[in-house]
Design a protein around this ligand. Structure first.
Ligand code: UTP
Length: 275
């Protein structure tokens, strides 16, 4: 099992970061001298994957532009002996093939992923990384999931423990059986439950490896009450109607949520302290 392509769904509205996100994608917020999306691309490379597909809308073109060669600037910096300032992005480009796919309407994460169906072969596993979640650890977050998915030949999603008081901001997994201290098989997910209704304190983090049946499941789900197609509904569909097993792995590393102003400040401080 080899993951050839990782999808980066980034076509959401970013309402928690408005009005900033009216003009600039939150994935372009800086952490040090690099935008958040740069760290996501680095994680793709460090997970051993060669293709990254950005799912964007017409207002998010900046994300694709960031990865394109800027020939005039590069020539100028070269002539002034300052090209090393661009080494991080030039190096990244040499290791990664980057494509884009459009989601014309913000109809949810599940819908965004479905837009990229044509890029995957019938037997190909699918990597997905939500760009709000920056994972800082010794081993790349997605790589940890790929290793598990390879051993299990099944879908594996990332979770981390959160205090029950915070679980209402996440999807909380329903544990079917404990495999070992880091790995459980799940029977479903409850989205954003109240603390006293949460089936576990294991919260879904934005990293997923799915078996090829994900796309069939996405075709079969209905819109949720919020009017969006949810990725977690497709996951539930695979378990309930397609006989698929889905596992959750507690990934190692410090996770920052750059999708909110306070989370982004934490990330800025966390990365500053590392230097
Ligand atoms: P969120 O639900 O966090 O939405 O999406 P959001 O737009 O990023 O931010 P808020 O909640 O409005 O502040 C989770 C991920 O799914 C993508 C988002 O870009 C984000 O990476 N997404 C969401 C899409 O690509 N398309 C959608 O229609 C919805």
């Amino acid at each position: 099992m080899k993951i050839k392509t990782v999808l980066i769904p980034a076509a959401g509205l970013g309402t928690r970061f408005l009005p900033y996100t009216m003009c600039v994608p939150k994935e372009m917020l800086p952490l040090g001298n690099k935008p958040a999306i740069h760290y996501i691309a680095e994680e793709v490379v460090n997970s051993g994957v060669e293709n990254m597909c950005l799912i964007i809308n017409k207002d998010k073109q900046l994300l694709a532009d960031y990865f394109k060669p800027h020939q005039e600037l590069e020539a100028l910096l070269q002539s002034r002996g300052k090209i090393s300032a661009l080494s991080p992005i030039i190096e990244l480009r040499s290791k990664l093939s980057i494509s884009t796919c459009e989601q014309r309407e913000p109809l949810g994460l599940g819908h965004a992923v479905l837009m990229a169906e044509k890029y995957f072969g019938a037997d190909e596993f699918i990597g997905i990384m939500l760009p709000d979640d920056i994972i800082d650890g010794e081993e790349a977050g997605l790589k940890q999931l790929i290793e598990q998915a390879r051993k299990l030949n099944a879908s594996v999603i990332a979770v981390q423990e959160v205090p029950l008081s915070a679980i209402s901001a996440y999807g909380s997994i329903i544990i079917k059986q404990v495999i070992n201290e880091d790995l459980v098989e799940i029977s479903g997910v409850i989205e954003k439950p109240a603390a006293d209704k949460a089936p576990s304190n294991l919260a879904i983090i934005g990293r997923y490896v799915f078996c090829p049946k994900l796309f069939t499941a996405l075709h079969n789900i209905k819109k949720s009450a919020s009017g969006e197609y949810q990725l977690t509904d497709a996951m539930d569909f695979m378990i309930d109607h397609m006989g698929e097993r889905v596992f959750a792995y507690t990934i190692k590393g410090k996770r920052y949520d750059t999708g909110t102003p306070t989370g982004w400040v934490d990330a800025v401080n966390g990365f500053a302290l590392k230097k």
